[in-house]
Design a protein around this ligand. Structure first.
Ligand code: FAD
Length: 465
């Protein structure tokens, strides 16, 4: 009987993992509450992550286009300038609309919202604001936070995390970005477009590690063309503050070559770490892995029965849509259904200009796994729509099994790739061969024809190349 507990499910954290889990639980008829310590719902993603970053990326992209691309299209605009305050207001209104949207969805679905910080007392028992609440199942969806570097303090004014970088009230003269991952290149792009000099220091020899090598080297080349300065294979050893300026000592990753950069803002973007402190996990014995993430089984249950974990706080790609998939699946397991989440089919996107998107395996991984594959590639410079838009940089690359032509990975860099990757994900989810895409009629003239042509190219049958 439900009366034994206050709730069937209690979710800790209202990010994309937690709020989606709560709504799905309500849909399935469970009595559900969601505890969130922030004043607003939506977690990192809606408040200080995906949504505000895309608002600033879009606005800054329009500015960049007005300054450098409109003229080529015969559109004359004079005296283009930035009103940063207004741009920040736009960002804030987008965030507000989104977080209020979740509040509306909670009400609509009768999810009880509890404001406060939750601690788990025991299986089935959570304490919030000194009050004990019982629930048959507890879902930990506490997400992640910015990871730092030892000896470097983040003050959110000059040395900022992504949160501070989204809220700057002045355009920096020189921003040094530590870490050339997705967040580093996206937020670096915002400030570069708005006029800052931007230098990215990355420990590895490439940007966006994890993406296909050919894509990341193309991205690096295009960012350099936009004026980015890249210090690949370098690490930051220390940062000193002098008369309001930051002096950033960097050296070659393998030691040797040292230099000092001067900047007014440093963005720390070396990665994110799971949020588990304060939850009381050690007391009740919930196991963590070697990277501090909560260990779960294939049904998202921790080693303590009745306690589940999803999203950034467990293993797998730290992405909002992955957290959502986890959230739905965890609830469906609890409800006795048989959901399935395939982490190999979680798309990854970098919202730079041009955009980067991928799904499945990279060439490097296929080589390591000794898989025989063919490559089909098609450049946007041969696509009519891309030419019409004046956005011909980049290409689509499809990796297919050499014997069966089954799609193993799709990698793209170019205009609107964040939207175009959905076709590839869908195809792979259905176990399609590249030929299945090639045999599918694509509207002309669209950018997505480049996907069809790349699919044809896996069997050397591209028409327009
Ligand atoms: P979170 O969104 O981190 O939510 C966890 C919530 O739990 C937080 O609101 C926190 O306050 C709350 N909480 C923590 N502890 C407690 C407690 N004890 N009691 C109560 N509440 C608690 N991902 C994408 O897919 N696409 C993007 O474009 C993208 N852009 C990003 C840009 C930036 C700048 C950043 C920082 C991240 C970005 N991400 C993006 C990553 C994305 O934000 C995360 O993967 C996603 O938010 C993870 O969801 P989650 O539900 O696991 O956790």
């Amino acid at each position: 009987p439900a009366s034994e507990y206050d709730y069937d499910v209690l979710v800790i954290g209202a990010g994309p993992g937690g709020y989606v889990a709560a709504i799905r639980a309500a849909q399935l008829g469970m009595k559900v509450a969601c505890v969130e310590k922030r004043k607003t719902l939506g977690g990192t993603c809606l408040n200080v992550g995906c949504i505000p970053s895309k608002a600033l990326l879009y606005a800054s992209e329009q500015y960049e286009a007005a300054r450098h691309q409109f003229e080529k299209l015969g559109v004359v605009v004079k005296n283009v300038s930035v009103d940063l305050k207004k741009m920040q207001e736009h960002k804030q209104s987008v965030v507000e609309a989104n977080v209020n949207g979740i509040e509306f969805l909670f009400k609509k679905n009768k999810v009880t919202r509890i404001e406060g910080e939750a601690t788990i007392v025991a299986a089935g028992k959570v304490s919030v604001n000194g009050q004990e609440i019982s629930a048959r199942s507890i879902i930990i969806a506490t997400g992640s936070e910015t990871a730092g570097l030892p000896g470097i303090e983040i003050d959110e004014k000059q040395v900022v995390s992504s949160t501070g970088a989204l809220a700057l009230s002045e355009i920096p003269r020189h921003m040094v970005v530590i870490g050339g991952g997705v967040i580093g290149v996206e937020l670096g792009s915002v400030w570069k477009r708005l006029g800052a000099r931007v230098t990215v220091v990355e420990y590895f020899d490439r940007l966006v590690p994890g993406f296909d090598q050919e894509i990341s080297s193309t991205l690096a080349r295009l960012l350099i063309k936009q004026g980015f300065e890249l210090k690949l294979s370098h690490k930051v050893s220390k940062i000193d503050k002098m008369n309001g300026q930051l002096k950033i000592a960097i050296e070659a990753a393998q030691g040797g070559n040292q230099e000092t950069l001067e900047a007014d803002v440093v963005l720390m973007a070396v990665g994110r770490r799971p949020v588990t402190a304060g939850l009381g996990l050690d007391k009740i014995g919930v196991e963590l892995d070697e990277r501090g993430r909560i260990k779960t089984d294939a049904q998202f249950q921790t080693n303590i029965p009745g306690i589940y974990a999803i999203g950034d706080v467990i293993a797998g790609p730290m992405l909002a849509h992955k957290a959502e998939e986890d959230g739905v699946a965890a609830i469906e397991f609890i409800a006795g259904k048989k959901p399935h989440v395939d982490y190999n089919l979680v798309p990854g996107v970098v919202y730079t200009e041009p955009e980067v998107a991928m799904v499945g395996k990279t060439e490097e991984v296929l080589k390591k796994e000794n898989v025989a594959y063919t490559v089909g590639k098609f450049p946007f410079s041969a696509n009519g729509r891309a030419r019409a838009m004046g956005k011909t940089d980049g290409f689509v690359k499809i990796l297919a099994d050499k014997h069966t032509n089954r799609i193993l990975g799709v990698h793209m860099i170019g205009p609107n790739c964040s939207e175009m990757i959905a076709e590839a994900v869908l195809a792979m989810a259905f176990g399609a061969s590249a030929e299945d895409i090639a045999l599918t009629c694509h509207a002309h003239p669209t950018l997505s024809e480049a996907v069809k042509e790349a699919a044809l190219a896996t069997q050397n049958q591209a028409i327009h190349m």
